[in-house]
Design a protein around this ligand. Structure first.
Ligand SMILES: Cc1cc2nc3c(=O)[nH]c(=O)nc-3n(C[C@H](O)[C@H](O)[C@H](O)COP(=O)(O)OP(=O)(O)OC[C@H]3O[C@@H](n4cnc5c(N)ncnc54)[C@H](O)[C@@H]3O)c2cc1C
Length: 496
């Protein structure tokens, strides 16, 4: 199966919906295999928002699209391999369009994995060192994605059965997805991965996490490949939806931005060699994200998302405070200031990462890693705190909150009277506080907090990796302090 990259370039929403209808992934929801995710109540809200994003890119074509270097078609800027600082900042500018529309509440807008695959294709020579086919596959697949404007989900982590031992040492060696068979045509994968957010996408990227340790026993679990979501044997088992099929008035976020998370089952899934980028090479698997630059380009996208999310929370908190006349309380000002500082911190990280970007070994303008690494380690702590602030500001206002039906029912006059606020009549205050509820205490809100805590990995192990990865820099400061300490010692006792 050699990939044909021919495509018409950037898609529109209708084409996104059409592909999902014509090539439905095996998405299971509450015991049922969904025939059409574009109309199913649990998923259609998120699906239609996803489609809307593709229309939005055409409505903002100057910002979001560029001319394909191979076909000349307009293609999504998130597939660009930037060569200059200006091109790099144009990518974050493009990514901000979707983030502004979703307010950062759809963590897995297609840009995220588009940046990852662009990074892998740029670093193809690194993949080719193991096998020239792997490098060529990454480039060809990337061009296929770009020219057809496809959207990916990804899955990295083995199932949470026994975290004390590796995948090979689980009760069943096929619990975690592993190679069952290798043939001249490709490999067969059996087992499972968790999680994949956005199963309503077109393709699935299956890459190693950085946890592989033992070259012998981990080898069957070491691979990087990508397949279509409707590949035979591939199944997505969804969690319960946080879109309850209610109106935008009642559930403003859940009804729009349910991206869904699914466990991925590989029931003897065949993967042709043409779609394989990494294979059985533990060291290369562990290094791939960093060496190709994929991790940096993904984190670049994530910081744009974080900025949009901070802007949204700041705007929401400010409106709530103003509505109930709480703006003069000092602790409220302190809380607004805290969110503002978070926003400016994220903006500063992005700006520094772009300003300090340098051409990498693949000739790509790679954002500086330190500010991005700082951002991805900090935000999992900032976001839950900002949600807590919304709760602290909203207090009982977050539950004293009737539904659209109540406002249209016989108690409408009571509601007009008793739900009024200092600076808003009831029918304006209620949708605002429903939004605050959906951002801070609903199931949608809880899942957002969990997402921000974990989606980039376990924060504890990320911190460990940070200390190791930036060890040389940290050591510099240790030496500086040692010299200062020694100065006092030398003064007291004389130099040794
Ligand atoms: C909403 C959501 C969406 C996600 N979407 C995706 C996705 O699209 N694609 C994807 O690949 N992944 C996704 N993830 C998974 C994410 O990458 C993981 O949650 C993250 O890597 C942590 O792994 P885990 O959840 O398996 O936690 P576990 O590894 O099971 O950890 C459970 C607890 O044990 C502790 N622990 C476990 N092992 C160790 C250790 N060795 N040392 C110290 N402490 C340890 C952890 O600190 C944690 O407290 C998503 C997660 C969430 C919550």
């Amino acid at each position: 199966m050699v990939e044909k990259s021919a495509g018409a370039g950037a898609r529109r929403g209708q084409q996104v919906l059409q592909r999902l209808r014509e090539q439905p992934p095996a998405i299971w929801y509450r015991g049922e295999l969904l025939e059409d995710v574009t109309t199913h109540p649990a998923l259609q809200g998120g699906v239609h928002t996803l489609a809307r994003l593709y229309d939005l890119q055409w409505e903002n074509a100057d910002l979001t699209l560029y001319d394909s270097p191979t076909s000349g078609h307009k293609v999504a800027r998130s597939f660009m391999m930037p060569k200059t600082h200006d091109e790099l900042t144009s990518i974050s500018g493009a990514m901000k369009v979707w983030e502004d529309y979703t307010h950062g509440m759809m963590g897995r807008v297609p840009d995220y994995i588009s940046r990852a695959m662009t990074g892998y294709a740029a670093g193809a020579p690194f993949l080719a060192e193991a096998d020239p086919r792997f490098g060529a596959n990454a480039v060809r697949y990337y061009e296929y994605l770009r020219e057809n404007d496809l959207c990916l989900t990804h899955t990295l982590i083995p199932p949470q059965a026994n975290r004390a031992v590796s995948s090979a040492k689980q009760a069943d060696p096929f619990l975690a997805a592993r190679v069952k068979e290798e043939t001249d045509a490709g490999i067969v994968i059996r087992g499972c991965r968790m999680l994949a957010t956005l199963p309503i996408s077109d393709e699935l990227m299956v890459f190693p996490s950085t946890l592989l340790k033992n070259p012998e026993e981990d080898a069957p679990y070491a691979f990087g490949f990508a397949i279509a979501n409707d590949t035979p044997g591939l199944r997505f088992i969804c969690r319960e939806s946080v879109d309850y099929g209610r109106s935008h008035f009642d559930h403003p976020l859940g009804s729009r931005f349910e991206e869904m998370d699914a466990v991925v089952v590989f029931d003897d899934v065949f993967v042709p060699w043409e779609r394989i980028f990494l294979y059985r090479d533990i060291k290369r698997c562990n290094e791939a994200y960093a060496r190709t630059g994929a991790i940096v380009h993904m984190t670049h996208q994530v910081v744009v998302k974080n900025i949009a999310k901070c802007e949204f929370i700041l705007g929401l908190a400010s409106l709530m405070v103003n509505t109930i006349g709480a703006e003069n309380f000092q602790h409220i000002q302190e809380k607004l200031a805290e969110i503002w500082v978070n926003l400016e911190t994220m903006k500063a990280f992005l700006r520094t990462a772009e300003a300090d970007a340098q051409l990498d070994e693949w000739g790509v303008m790679r954002p500086a890693w330190n500010p991005l690494d700082a951002a991805r380690n900090l935000f999992p702590r900032l976001y839950p705190r900002m949600v807590e602030i919304i709760q602290q500001i909203g207090a009982s206002g977050l539950v004293a909150m009737p539904t659209e039906q109540d406002l249209k029912g016989p108690l409408a006059q009571d509601i007009r009277k008793y739900y009024q606020a200092a600076r808003a009549e009831a029918f304006d205050r209620i949708p605002l506080f429903r939004l605050a509820w959906d951002a801070s205490i609903s199931a949608f809100a809880g899942r957002q907090v969990l997402y921000e805590r974990f989606f980039f990995g376990d924060p504890v192990r990320m911190a460990g990796a940070l200390v190791t990865g930036h060890g040389a820099q940290i050591q510099q400061y240790a030496e500086k302090v040692r010299a200062f300490v020694n100065q006092g010692k030398d003064e007291a006792f004389g130099a040794a």
